[in-house]
Design a protein around this ligand. Structure first.
Ligand code: NAD
Length: 468
């Protein structure tokens, strides 16, 4: 099976191919186009060509176009979801939920507006500020939530009047290419151009001077490289990068009730979620009960092929991701940590790692300081709350964090956590109407809602004098 790229409203199969693997089986099941430099060039040219016309299209028509995007995606949700499960590994129910959310996101975005504001109006003077498109936009997405993370870029970019060149991860190109075909059938030619390929293609697109904005979601390392490349053209960047979210459990929290929720928020999408809980700090007196409850949840979770309806957690997305995750747990064990349950890849062909709980982690292991991006959760006992907060704040990441327990105490602890979003007695809830973004190495700028829409614009001022 091969699905084509969509450029300037036309289907472009491309000459070269790259294999697409099913991570549950560890075997290739399809091919995707590996976009050549010449075809990448034509995608950028198409976006540049479409940009002025789309920017000049009135907002009401752009809104209608987004609603049509939502409808066409919803109408093909099962097909896109099955591709997503086969290339990414997540349970089919989760893939369907992701595609459904993405279809709805077009509608939520269509409800937004860009204001024109009179900043000065006196005598014969009028100074007006309005928002003009920042693009053409190059949008680059990761492999963990390929569909929704593409739509959270495409929808606001297009509403703001931008033409887009979109590149999904080479690990998960098929569902995105299919979505690109579907959206391309309802958008004017050149407004959305979908191409597939790896880092070389991403770099070529992101460093092209015609790309006036790069919207990227992915790892910190790639984000830094994109920011450096964009700087040579002074292109705008929006970066949603890695997270290493800490969760601080207060002494009054009920271990069993909180552990059940923490487990869900740590293991969702097999831990491959930027805002998953990636470290837990618990009071020493509660550690045993908490660890036992987490381990029990881990042992009773069904791991398997996402196409099997019994599966709760699928594989991690690739062999390198599995090897990296296993290496982080092994390093922690060598440093003195204990594996309570799990702790080694499952035998067999797919990239399966069981839900894993690790305790007695000494300071400064990779499992605490870096992002594991998989289903292994370290539980770290603390003696003083201040010590937990210090450790929570001690990494280069600052995406999200949470505090669990009495809200009166939790709110104070939450104030001391350094991150873009802090949750109290919940974690990882993202909404279309609430901005989301990381501090420090977790990113630059925000996505979602009105504030996310503004990122796809630049400010333009019109200053008129001598008006009567
Ligand atoms: P990745 O950085 O490996 O790849 C992401 C995308 O960048 C892919 O499409 C890839 O082909 C492309 N790419 C790679 N090198 C490039 C380069 N030099 N120039 C341009 N493009 C390049 O990320 P991944 O492994 O797919 O995703 C996992 C990471 O994404 C995790 O760190 C996760 O936390 C992060 N993430 C963040 C958010 C957020 O909103 N903050 C959301 C989801 C995922």
């Amino acid at each position: 099976m091969t699905i084509a790229m969509t450029i300037d409203g036309k289907s472009v199969p491309g000459a070269a191919r790259m294999p697409v693997e099913n991570p549950a089986l560890g075997t290739d099941f399809a091919e995707a186009p590996d976009c050549s430099p010449a075809v990448a060039e034509s995608a950028l040219a198409a976006a540049v060509g479409a940009q002025p016309g789309w920017a000049g299209t009135e907002m009401a028509r752009r809104r209608e176009a987004l609603l049509a995007c939502g409808r066409v995606l919803a109408g093909h949700a099962d097909e896109v979801a099955e591709l997503l499960t086969r290339e990414q590994g997540k349970p089919l129910s989760a893939a369907r939920a992701e595609v459904g959310l993405a279809a709805d996101w077009f509608g939520h975005t269509a409800d937004l507006d860009l204001d024109e504001v009179d900043l000065v109006r006196d005598g014969g003077r009028r100074i007006t500020m309005r928002r003009v498109p920042a693009g053409p936009v190059v949008a680059i997405a990761p492999a963990n939530f390929p569909i929704i993370l593409a739509v959270t870029k495409i929808a606001p970019a297009v509403l703001a009047g931008n033409a887009v060149v979109f590149k999904p991860s080479p690990l998960t190109p098929l569902s995105s290419l299919r979505m690109g075909e579907l959206l391309g059938s309802v958008l004017p030619p050149g407004v959305l151009n979908t191409v597939s390929g790896g880092a070389t293609l991403g770099r070529a697109l992101a460093t092209d001077p015609r790309a006036r904005m790069i919207s990227f979601t992915g790892s910190v390392e790639t984000g830094i490289s994109i920011a450096a490349g964009a700087a040579t053209n002074l292109a705008k960047v929006l970066l949603e990068l890695g997270g290493n979210d800490a969760c601080v459990v207060l002494p009054d929290a009920d271990p069993e009730r909180v552990a059940a929720q923490v487990f869900r928020q740590a293991m969702t999408n097999s831990g491959q979620f930027c805002a998953a809980i990636k470290r837990v700090y618990v009071p020493r007196a509660r550690e045993r009960a908490f660890v036992e409850a987490l381990a029990e949840a881990a042992r009773s979770t069904a791991v398997g092929d996402g196409l099997d309806p019994a599966t709760e957690l699928g594989p991690v997305v690739s062999r390198p991701a599995l090897t990296r995750l296993a290496g982080m747990v092994d390093d922690a064990v060598r440093a003195g940590a204990q594996v309570v349950t799990g702790g080694a890849p499952l035998a067999g062909p797919g990239h399966f790692y069981p839900p894993t709980i690790v305790r007695d982690l000494p300071p400064h292991t990779r499992l605490e300081d870096d992002e594991q991006f998989g289903p292994a959760l370290p539980v770290i006992a603390y003696d003083r709350l201040a010590e937990a907060v210090d450790r929570a704040n001690s990494t280069r990441f600052a995406l999200g964090g949470s505090v669990w327990g009495d809200p009166r105490v939790a709110v104070e602890v939450a104030g001391a956590l350094e991150c873009g979003t802090v949750w109290l007695n919940t974690h990882g809830e993202l909404r279309h109407d609430v901005p989301f973004g990381g501090l420090r190495h977790s990113g630059l700028g925000v996505e979602y809602g009105y504030w996310g829409l503004l990122e796809y614009t630049r400010i333009r001022v019109d200053h008129a004098a001598g008006l009567s």
